[in-house]
Design a protein around this ligand. Structure first.
Ligand code: ZN
Length: 414
């Protein structure tokens, strides 16, 4: 599962990339107590591969790194790429084991790097010239003091006007670690720029100890590889707010335009994503309420044999046994969600999860053949976005086999 930044925790590991050229303003007033370790400006991005400041590109790699107009450096394919191709798999250059890191943790790890690793790290983009008022702290008042100090520290490096170890980290880090709590900087993956309709997906692969980037649809030769830095279901305005943390305004196909023009692409995208968000919550809540699982109903606190209501208004009273009508309604909602995600061109963990929810509901409705089809689609999607060595794909493949055995159309050795 991707690490999705919590909207009020801008310091949660998420994703960013090179942000073009930086204007370094040294000795500017800093709001933090400790001046960050500042780093010299990176060389102007060039269209040729510079082995000193760019990560090595493996032989036969299907990509190259070059200038992306208006976006600094980017990753571009060097040949046609089928969906599901693993473009990048790389270990972290600098990482922390949990998301609650402090700047001092990052600086200690940076100090332990070799000079060439430090140069590679320093070549990455940094968004450190933001305005303090953008990161007002009022919204964080409810969080514990230690966390508040941490948030302020991270905000200070965003506004320090100096490129630093910390500013590079918060601009480029991606989630990692078995529990998804860690964060790391991956110098090649970090060069992927952003789109709200990404053609690639990044993910941590615990087995490989590497961050992977997979093409999620067929790519043409010379096409730029784009990932999403923010949660795809967020509305355009919220995405724009989040992306400010990376120092740019998105001009992708579903961000540009007048959202009040009901026929426009942006308006249709907004409506679809809002509906998917609603359905995701609605369906997820009911699957949990009814304890629906592939192994049969799970224990759910409820009262004596009362039939669950579909509006969920009396959650505390629901029982283990939703009626067939209720199950069918949840099923239709899950189908609608998957259909909208496909219309929106989002091949992402949410889509794979949607197929698996449909499979689950089919099992509850007693339609094993449909369940196998849906689970297979879920598996196909996990294979595309993560690859066959990711635990989600491995678990889902086992699920498909189990369903086939149950339906009498497969055996455990499949
Ligand atoms: Zn966009």
């Amino acid at each position: 599962m991707l690490i999705e930044p919590h909207i009020w925790d801008d310091t949660h590991p998420s994703r960013a990339s090179t942000l073009g050229k930086f204007t370094l303003v040294n000795n500017k007033e800093q709001s933090g107590d400790t001046p960050p370790i500042s780093i010299e400006s990176e060389p102007t991005p060039s269209s040729t591969h510079d082995s000193f400041t760019l990560p090595p590109i493996p032989e036969n790699a299907p990509y190259t790194i070059r200038t992306s107009p208006g976006r600094g450096l980017g990753i571009f394919t060097t040949r046609p790429i089928p969906a599901g191709t693993r473009l990048i798999a790389e270990p972290p250059l600098l990482s922390v084991p949990h998301g609650r890191y402090r700047v001092a943790d990052l600086e200690a790890r940076y100090a332990a790097l070799t000079p060439s690793q430090q140069a590679l790290y320093a070549s990455l983009g940094s968004s450190h010239t933001q305005r303090a008022k953008h990161w007002g702290v009022g919204v964080y008042k409810h969080i514990p003091r230690w966390d508040l100090e941490r948030v302020r520290e991270i905000q200070a490096i965003r506004c320090a006007g100096v490129k630093s170890v910390g500013s590079i980290f918060v601009t480029n880090c991606m989630g990692m670690g078995a529990d998804g709590e860690g964060a790391g900087v991956f110098p090649t993956a970090a060069r992927c720029n952003h789109s709200c309709v990404p053609n690639a997906c990044f993910a941590w692969n615990e087995r490989l100890g590497a961050e992977t980037v997979h093409a999620v649809r067929d790519l043409e030769m010379g096409e730029e590889v784009l990932v999403s830095y923010c949660y795809v279901l967020h509305a355009r305005d919220l995405r724009r707010w989040e992306l400010r943390g990376y120092g740019f305004e998105c001009e992708c196909e579903v961000c540009e335009g007048d959202s009040w023009d009901v026929g426009s692409k942006v308006a249709r995208s907004l409506a679809r994503r809002a509906r998917v968000s609603e359905l995701d919550e609605w369906v997820g809540k009911r699957v949990k309420m009814f304890g629906l699982g592939f192994e049969g109903p799970e224990e759910v606190p409820g009262k004596n044999g009362e039939v669950g209501s579909v509006d969920g208004s009396d959650e505390g009273l629901l029982t283990l046994a939703p009626s067939r009508e209720v199950l069918s309604q949840i099923f239709l909602m899950a189908i609608e969600m998957v259909s909208l995600l496909r219309d929106e061109g989002l091949v992402c963990p949410l889509l794979a999860g949607g197929y698996m929810t449909i499979a689950l509901l089919c099992v509850a409705l007693g339609d094993l053949n449909f369940a196998i089809d849906a689970a297979q689609k879920g598996l196909d999607t996990f294979l595309i976005i993560y690859g066959d060595d990711h635990y989600r794909a491995i678990e889902t493949a086992a699920r498909v086999r189990e369903l086939k055995v149950k339906a009498g159309v497969g055996n455990t050795d499949d």
